[in-house]
Design a protein around this ligand. Structure first.
Ligand SMILES: Cc1ncc(COP(=O)(O)O)c(C=O)c1O
Length: 374
């Protein structure tokens, strides 16, 4: 084997020996307790019909967007969608990105400058960390959801200060005390950037997110809503001021140097919002499903405190958590095993995602399986 192939092979062997080797899974007919499609919009027949009807209004639509937004890939449809989504979220302006990853990368890498300070909750998603790493600002992290720890960092922060948080944390399923955080941020003239990836579609009236639920739109500097989870499609929008939008168009490399999303993706997002707006009952129904699951679990099970569709059960050790997920798979359930170092050592977990489409029987069967085998 040549040297680079030998290097790759040895790295893979090393990952395998630590039970950390990742592999893509084929299609399966397991019961879905692992995807982010919390509301089932990715396979919703009524939404599909809305999308088809909208596409039919544009018989000449392009399959691909043909270029980046700044060269040839922009359309009035995209610009109008941004304006409409901004109004939906009570924001001055919005800018579409091709994914939540791109949106966070763009925001955190381009806005904070040398001499500024980024303070991140220790549990923020990898794309926020990656974005912050690409900026020249000083970086700190604070203890998860801990206002005291945040204030310690705020006291030593310099320049423009940015606080990076999420509305529902992707691994723990919990939320920050946003009201208190907004007050603390104001005391230090700091700017909150909140990633609503898992709150979109789930929190707030018709799924408009945590900031909207609390009426804090004017107190938060940036909101990032992604479309790949409860919205059932993919892409993201960054919401904030008109200056923010114009600044990102000019400086966010993950916006500038990439082909724009195709027309049908934009249509899918627009119609998903229309669908959510005429089904204000969905968020409550999802909460009922989550409550049902929690009520069926034995009190012995180490469930992390969360009222979100992400319910995590601690199963210590990479090998043990992978074995637990495999055993559930043999019983017909798809459940995520989250290993360290993705989460802290000793906090490895089964990550269970509840969906509106999970039947009550399947929810009870899964809980029963967990009660008996963990
Ligand atoms: C909190 C959070 N932010 C951002 C992302 C990335 O979003 P996308 O999948 O649209 O790139 C994820 C995806 O897992 C996430 O969990």
């Amino acid at each position: 084997m040549n040297t680079i192939e030998a290097f790759l092979a040895s790295q893979l062997t090393n990952l395998q020996s630590k039970h950390l080797l990742r592999a893509l899974k084929p299609d399966s007919d397991l019961v879905d307790f692992s995807s982010n499609d919390y509301l089932g919009l990715a396979h919703c027949a009524e939404l599909k019909q809305l999308i088809d009807e909208e596409l039919n209004k544009y018989p000449d639509y392009l399959i691909g967007s043909t270029g980046s937004r700044l060269i040839s890939g922009n359309t009035n449809y995209a610009t109008e969608l941004e304006q409409w989504l901004s109004a939906q979220h009570n924001a001055q302006a919005g800018l579409l990105f091709n994914s939540g990853y791109d949106a966070n990368l763009g925001v955190f890498s381009s806005i904070p400058q040398k001499g500024d300070t980024i303070i991140l909750d220790e549990k923020v998603h990898a794309c926020i960390i990656d974005g912050a790493r690409l900026s020249y600002a000083t970086r700190y992290k604070f203890m998860h959801n801990d206002l005291g720890s945040l204030e310690q960092k705020l006291k030593v922060a310099r320049g423009n200060i940015f606080i990076g948080i999420e509305s529902i944390y992707s691994m723990d399923g919990d939320s920050p005390d946003l009201k208190a955080m907004v007050e603390l941020a104001a005391k230090y003239n700091a700017n909150i950037i909140i990633d609503e990836a898992h709150g979109a579609g789930v929190l707030g009236y018709c799924g408009k997110g945590l900031v909207s639920e609390l009426g804090l739109e004017s107190k938060v500097f940036v909101r990032i809503h992604t479309f790949g989870k409860a919205i059932g499609s993919h892409g993201a929008i960054v919401l904030g001021s008109t200056n923010l939008r114009d600044f990102l168009i000019n400086t966010a490399r993950s916006f500038i140097f990439t082909t724009a999303a195709p027309f049908h993706s934009l249509v899918a997002v627009k119609m998903a919002y229309h669908y959510l707006n005429v089904h204000p009952e969905l968020q409550k129904l999802l909460r009922d499903k989550i409550d049902l699951f929690k009520s069926k679990l034995s009190s012995r099970i180490q469930l992390l405190e969360s009222s979100a569709p992400i319910q995590s059960i601690i199963v210590e050790g990479n090998e043990t958590v992978v074995a637990a997920a495999e055993s559930l798979k043999k019983n017909g359930f798809s459940v995520g095993a989250v290993r360290s170092p993705t989460v802290e050592k000793g906090k490895e977990r089964l990550r269970i995602c509840l969906h509106l489409f999970n039947s009550d029987e399947d929810v009870a069967r899964l809980a029963n399986e967990i009660n008996q085998n963990l």
